[in-house]
Ligand binder design. Structure first.
Ligand code: URP
Ligand code: ZN
Ligand code: ZN
Ligand code: ZN
Length: 500
């Protein structure tokens, strides 16, 4: 058999050969080498031989796992929010992603109420295209409703590569949409084959609790947690699931932070509803006691919505559901603000910019908390950190799989190496890391994005603007395969009566 090089031997080809590792996909593990040529995986088999003096980069993966690059379906880079903008932009954010073994991110274009959704999409594309170091996709948040918004949603799906729309049930008067708006948005998603996403918290309750807490003098970060207790998230999750069921629209619940919400999603799935749930790195590895920390800066750094929960077993419960397939993906909601930005909320917790880090830490956290704990195996790990997101957002098998024809986004993963997460060594330009000091086992030793080695031995060699926008098509099979049958089964029933 001629080798790859003999078959087509142009000296200008870019070749990366990963040798001697165990290739892990979500459904199988094989001992194989992986050859990447000009950004695409071209061979996956044992003992790939390349002869001649071609310029080939060899990566030794013996004793290591070779996994599909991670996909973080939930980040907010340079997000204009709460009077400032998140400090990691599309350059530092994607650099951080790569450092942690994530080679695809999906951000959210979010228009202000009354502003154009197409305009927001174009703005985010402009911000991202010039800075991204890895491939990226976009969700679009629908923050208000009109016939024009409906038309824009259709254009975004048909012409702009968008297949998911997010609704905020919180952030009253800013991004929150009402139930009737949600019904319109979900119905439109269903008509055009898009996935509806929700930030599930009851914004009206939060607004009232915030007013009362501030009136009572509870103005520190602990007020943030108390303004939005678990049932506030749970109620909105259940309501979103009900609205999605009534419109027969598939639903994806972002940042599932509480046991009751996670259970609601799991129960709904068992009843046959088309619902997906995404816990985030922070919720899988931290908890709400930080809001009661003496140090204001420390407490404020943990402010995100929904908040971390105080019950000590929430994180392990979320991991159990992830491992069992009740929850499907892991995101981060990476949306970082410096201590100075967080200080905008000194004296009024409701003005602390909401957001935390995680894009660099997610993969190691999921391995550490999920695999080394014995809850999931390496295939489950690949599923929840990469493949399931690729399937749900219709990027599969281009992303989320190591096979011939897929993109050359591959991570050499050392399952036993350890790392202590540190704000001093992070790629994020924020001055805080909510996981600082945490020792994790399972680290990426080499990261290849689009066929280029971008991380090796802890050194990140990312190129600004080298990532590509990933247009996503509607009617993802993982999401929509049951929808039309469900429509037929659930058709309205009319009784024909002979007497009126
Ligand atoms: O606190 C958060 N989650 N900040 C980012 C915006 C959002 O709600 O996802
Ligand atoms: Zn949110
Ligand atoms: Zn502190
Ligand atoms: Zn978010």
């Amino acid at each position: 058999m001629p080798s790859s090089q003999e078959q087509n031997g142009s000296a200008s080809r870019s070749l990366v050969l990963i040798k001697g590792g165990r290739v892990v996909n979500d459904d199988c593990i094989t001992e194989a080498d992986v050859l990447i040529e000009d950004g695409l995986i071209v061979e996956v088999q044992s003992n790939i031989e390349i002869r001649g003096g071609e310029n080939i980069e060899i990566v030794d993966a013996s004793g290591k796992l070779v996994i599909p690059g991670g996909i973080d379906p939930h980040v907010h880079f340079q997000l204009p929010f709460m009077g400032t903008h998140s400090v990691d932009d599309f350059y530092t954010g994607t650099k951080a992603a790569l450092a942690g073994g994530t080679t695809t991110i999906i951000d959210f274009a979010i228009p202000k109420k009354g502003h154009s959704h197409l305009g927001a999409y174009e703005q985010w594309r402009k911000w991202a295209d010039e800075k991204v170091c890895c491939d990226y996709g976009l969700h679009v948040a629908v923050t208000w409703w009109s016939d024009q918004v409906k038309a824009d949603m259709e254009t975004l799906v048909k012409e702009k590569g968008i297949n998911s729309f997010k609704m905020f049930m919180a952030y009253k008067d800013v991004m929150q949409v009402s139930d009737s708006e949600m019904i319109n948005i979900m119905s439109t998603c269903k008509d055009i084959g898009a996935l509806a996403q929700v930030h599930a918290e009851n914004g009206d309750v939060i607004a009232e609790n915030t007013r009362r807490l501030l009136q009572a003098g509870v103005n520190g970060p602990e007020g943030h947690a108390q303004s939005r207790p678990e049932e506030v998230e749970h109620e909105a999750t259940v309501r979103a699931i009900m609205l999605a069921n009534q419109t027969n629209c598939p639903l994806y619940v972002v940042h599932v932070m509480s046991k009751t919400s996670a259970r609601a999603i799991a129960d709904a799935r068992r009843e046959g509803r088309i619902v997906f749930g995404e816990p985030i790195a922070a919720g899988l590895a931290s908890d709400g006691h930080h809001y009661y920390h003496q140090c204001w800066r420390h407490a404020a750094a943990h402010v995100l919505s929904p908040p971390l929960r105080c019950e000590a077993d929430t994180a392990s419960f979320l991991m159990d559901l992830l491992a069992n397939g009740d929850l499907q993906t892991t995101g981060t909601d990476h949306c970082t603000f410096t201590s100075e930005q967080k200080a905008m909320g000194k004296g009024d917790f409701s003005k602390i910019p909401n957001g935390i880090n995680g894009v660099e830490e997610r993969m190691s956290i999921v391995w550490h908390k999920g695999v080394t704990s014995g809850k999931m195996d390496a295939c489950n790990f690949v599923a929840v950190t990469s493949t399931n997101s690729a399937k749900i957002f219709n990027l599969y098998p281009r992303k989320g799989r190591i096979q011939v024809g897929s993109d050359g986004d591959v991570v050499v993963w050392d399952p036993t190496a350890t790392k202590t997460i540190s704000v001093a060594t992070q790629q994020s330009v924020s001055d805080f890391n909510i996981f600082d000091g945490m020792k994790v086992s399972g680290v990426p030793v080499c990261v290849i994005a689009n066929g280029r080695v971008v991380v090796r031995d802890g050194k990140v060699d990312a190129v600004k603007g080298s990532g590509r926008f990933l247009p996503t098509l509607p009617y993802s099979a993982a999401v929509y395969s049951r929808v039309s049958t469900r429509d037929q089964v659930r058709a309205w029933k009319k009784v024909e009566r002979s007497v009126a």
